[in-house]
Design a protein around this ligand. Structure first.
Ligand code: SF4
Length: 405
C-alpha cells in the first residue's frame, strides 16, 4: 500500500524535486523552529490535554490549563527557537498563546456541545492500493449526528472562500464518511483561537467525488514521475525549502552566499553570470534605443506615405521615381479577417463556419504550444500520444534568462 499525506501531495505540487529529496531520497536537513510554530504547538498540546482529560471525565479549569501551558513552555523552550520579527520578544508570543487558550476556554466551556471521538486522531483514507493518512486535532460528533473535524489555528484568519476550497480537511471528510457509515454530514471547523472566531465549511458528496478524482490524477502523476525519475525543480516558496544545497537551481547561490566578497567575485560562476548579465543589459539598451528610433521613423514614414498616396492619386501615378530607386505603389484588395485579439466574437463565428466546412483541413494549422501543453498535461489519448511523440520526440533546448535578486 502506497502512503501519502496532504503535505506530501502539496510538496509535490509545489516542487517535484523537493518531493523527491524529502520523501524518496530522504535527505536530512537542518530545520529551524520558529517561535510561531513553537507557540502553536504549545497551544495545541494544552487543547489536546483539555479534551484528552474530558474523555476521562475530568474537566480542567482554565487556571489548570494555563499552568500546564506555562510549565510546558519553560520545559520545552530552547535558544535555537527563531524569532524573525524583531519587533517582538519571546514574552509576546508566550502571552499570545495564553490568550489563545483563554479565548477558546471562555467560548466553549463547559465543552458539552458535542461528543469527542478522538484527539490528535489518526485518519486514514483508502482508495485501492493508495492510503492517505493525516491527524485531526479533534474529531467530534454533534448532537444532531453531524460529524465535525476541528482544527486549531494560532495564526491569522483564513477567508471563507479559502476554507471552502481547503483540501486537507476535505480529505479527512472523505475518510470519515468512509469509516463511519452513519456520517452523512461532516463539518470542517477551523478555530482561530487568537481571535476567538471560527471558520466553518462543508463539502457536498459531489465536491468530494471531484476532489477524489483530482487526488487520484495527482497521485498518478507522482507515480509516473517516480517511474521516469522525472522530478524537475520548480521554484515556489524556496524560502521554506531546506534543500538548497542539493537543488540545481539554488546550489550555486548556496555555495557562494557564504563567501567573503573578494572570493565571491572571483568565483567562476559569479564571473560568468555577471558577464552574461552585463551583455544582456547592453543589448537591451541598444534594442531600446533602436526601438525608439524605429518608432520615430515609422511615424515619419506614415506621413510621407500619406503624402505619396495623395500626390500619386492626383497625377494618376503608380510609381514615383527617386534618384536611385523607385517607390512602387501596390494597391491590393484583400479581406479584413477578424483576429482572436482584435475581434474575438467574430473570430469564433468565422472559425465555426470553417470547421463545419470541407475547407477546414486546408486552412487550420497546428498550434504547437497548445499541443505541447496537452502532451505535458497527459491530456491526449495514449494511442494518439504515441503517434505524435514518434513524429515529435522530446528534445532538450537551452535558453538563458535572468532573474533579478
Ligand atoms: S530550493 Fe526551490 S526549486 Fe529547489 S528543491 Fe527547494 S523548492 Fe524546489
Amino acid at each position: 500500500m502506497k502512503q501519502f499525506s496532504h503535505s506530501k501531495l502539496q510538496t509535490y505540487e509545489r516542487c517535484p524535486l523537493q518531493y523527491k529529496l524529502q520523501y524518496l531520497t530522504k535527505i536530512k536537513t537542518e530545520s529551524e523552529t520558529t517561535i510561531e510554530a513553537f507557540m502553536g504547538s504549545q497551544v495545541h498540546n494544552v487543547l489536546e490535554l483539555l479534551y484528552g482529560d474530558l474523555l476521562k471525565s475530568k474537566l480542567n479549569s482554565l487556571d489548570e490549563l494555563l499552568a500546564a501551558y506555562d510549565k510546558n513552555w519553560q520545559t520545552e523552550w530552547n535558544d535555537e527557537i527563531v524569532i524573525n520579527d524583531e519587533k517582538f520578544k519571546a514574552e509576546h508570543y508566550f502571552e499570545t498563546g495564553r490568550k489563545c487558550i483563554q479565548n477558546y476556554y471562555e467560548k466553549y466551556a463547559p465543552f458539552d456541545q458535542d461528543q469527542t471521538l478522538g484527539v490528535e486522531k489518526k485518519i486514514n483514507l483508502k482508495w485501492g492500493e493508495i492510503e492517505i493518512i493525516g491527524y485531526v486535532d479533534r474529531l467530534a460528533r454533534e448532537k444532531d449526528g453531524v460529524y465535525a473535524v476541528h482544527d486549531y489555528k494560532t495564526g491569522s484568519m483564513m477567508e471563507q472562500a479559502y476554507a471552502d476550497k481547503d483540501r486537507q480537511l476535505a480529505l479527512y471528510s472523505i475518510a470519515i464518511k468512509q469509516k463511519f457509515k452513519e456520517a452523512k454530514r461532516v463539518k470542517l471547523i477551523w478555530h482561530y483561537v487568537n481571535f476567538g472566531e471560527d471558520v466553518i465549511s462543508e463539502r457536498t458528496d459531489q465536491q468530494l467525488e471531484e476532489l477524489k478524482a483530482d487526488m487520484l490524477k495527482l497521485i498518478g502523476e507522482i507515480n509516473r514521475a517516480e517511474k521516469e525519475d522525472n522530478f524537475p525543480a520548480r521554484e515556489t516558496k524556496c524560502e521554506w525549502c531546506g534543500f538548497w544545497e542539493h537543488c540545481p537551481k539554488k546550489k550555486h547561490l548556496f555555495k557562494v552566499a557564504k563567501l567573503p566578497k573578494n572570493k565571491y567575485l572571483n568565483d567562476s560562476g559569479v564571473k560568468l553570470s555577471n558577464k552574461y548579465i552585463e551583455l544582456v543589459g547592453k543589448k537591451s539598451e541598444i534594442n531600446k534605443e533602436a526601438r525608439t528610433q524605429a518608432e520615430l521613423i515609422d511615424e515619419e514614414m506614415e506621413k510621407i506615405e500619406e503624402a505619396i498616396l495623395k500626390y500619386a492619386e492626383k497625377h494618376d501615378f503608380e510609381a514615383l521615381q527617386g534618384s536611385e530607386a523607385r517607390v512602387i505603389i501596390n494597391k491590393k484588395i484583400g479581406y479584413d479577417f477578424p483576429t482572436k485579439s482584435s475581434d474575438e466574437k467574430n473570430y469564433a463565428v468565422l472559425e465555426d463556419i470553417l470547421k463545419d466546412s470541407k475547407y477546414w483541413k486546408d486552412i487550420s494549422t497546428i498550434n504547437s504550444s497548445k499541443l505541447e501543453q496537452l502532451l505535458m498535461d497527459d491530456a491526449i489519448e495514449v494511442k494518439i500520444r504515441k503517434k505524435i511523440v514518434a513524429l515529435a520526440p522530446l528534445k532538450e533546448s537551452v535558453r538563458f534568462s535572468i532573474k533579478k535578486k
